[in-house]
Design a protein around this ligand. Structure first.
Ligand code: ZN
Ligand code: ZN
Length: 243
């Protein structure tokens, strides 16, 4: 009987796949690691690596993957890629599903639902501005550093929290008072970044963002300046720094 691939193996396929895409290791080295240390068989290791690399680049692939693979790969790619890159991945999964649909409809329902939920996330994101640190591109910036930064901004990107923050504070920079609509007219209406003031190290698992006290609207310039320190600089300190 065919053994199902485990979650630990999939995380490893992801990590090795990234290293391979970044040309840090060869395909043979990646496969050796999967077969030797993770006890995958050569065929499924090869299939998984090929699929991962192809679909992480937004290309069409034909071999089936388990629903668990999609859960793991998509959630990590969602964090690691920019929205436009991630959209390419989603498109390639959709094309794959079209190809597979006729063969086993039931099996792909779960994946279809997952893809739809990411589609919805992308649609919500499209109304938010692009953050400078979101513009990370595979393969050049597929590093831990960029992954961390994107994680920090998960609170800042949360569309509901953003909307609540802006409803309270207005879409005006709370550091320098820049108002995009006043300067750029209609195209600037509602444009603003939202900065998350709470230090991540102090956040526990049950933390829920308070959009009014924890988030603050700032222009992209001030936002970038706040993040020149880690943890991010205090708003008041930045105000004092400005001349
Ligand atoms: Zn500002
Ligand atoms: Zn910020």
């Amino acid at each position: 009987m065919k053994k199902d691939i485990t979650s630990a193996q999939l995380q490893q396929v992801y990590d090795l796949g990234c290293l391979f895409v970044l040309q840090k290791i060869s395909l043979a080295e990646a496969l050796d690691q999967l077969v030797d240390s993770l006890d995958m068989n050569q065929t499924s290791a090869t299939n998984y690596m090929r699929n991962f690399v192809t679909f992480s680049e937004g290309k069409v692939y034909k071999r089936a993957m388990s629903a668990l693979s999609y859960q793991i790969f998509l959630s990590r790619l969602y964090n690691d890629l920019s929205s436009s890159e991630f959209e390419q991945v989603i498109k390639s999964v959709e094309r794959h599903l079209e190809y597979r649909w006729s063969k086993s409809k039931a099996k792909h329902k779960e994946v279809r639902a997952l893809v739809d939920s990411y589609r919805a996330k992308l649609a919500q994101q499209a109304v938010s501005p692009v953050y400078p640190d979101e513009v990370s591109v595979l393969p050049s910036e597929f590093t831990e550093g960029s992954i961390k930064q994107v994680t920090i901004n998960a609170y800042e990107r949360n569309p509901k929290a953003r909307a609540a923050c802006i409803a309270e504070h207005k879409a005006i920079c709370q550091v320098c008072n820049f108002d995009f609509e006043a300067i750029y007219g209609a195209i600037g209406k509602g444009f603003i970044h939202v900065h998350h003031k709470v230090e991540l190290a102090t956040i526990g698992e049950s933390y829920q963002v308070d959009p009014i006290n924890d988030l603050i609207p700032v222009c992209p310039n001030c936002h970038a300046m706040l993040h020149t320190e880690e943890p991010a600089m205090d708003i008041e300190k930045l105000k004092l720094t400005m001349s």
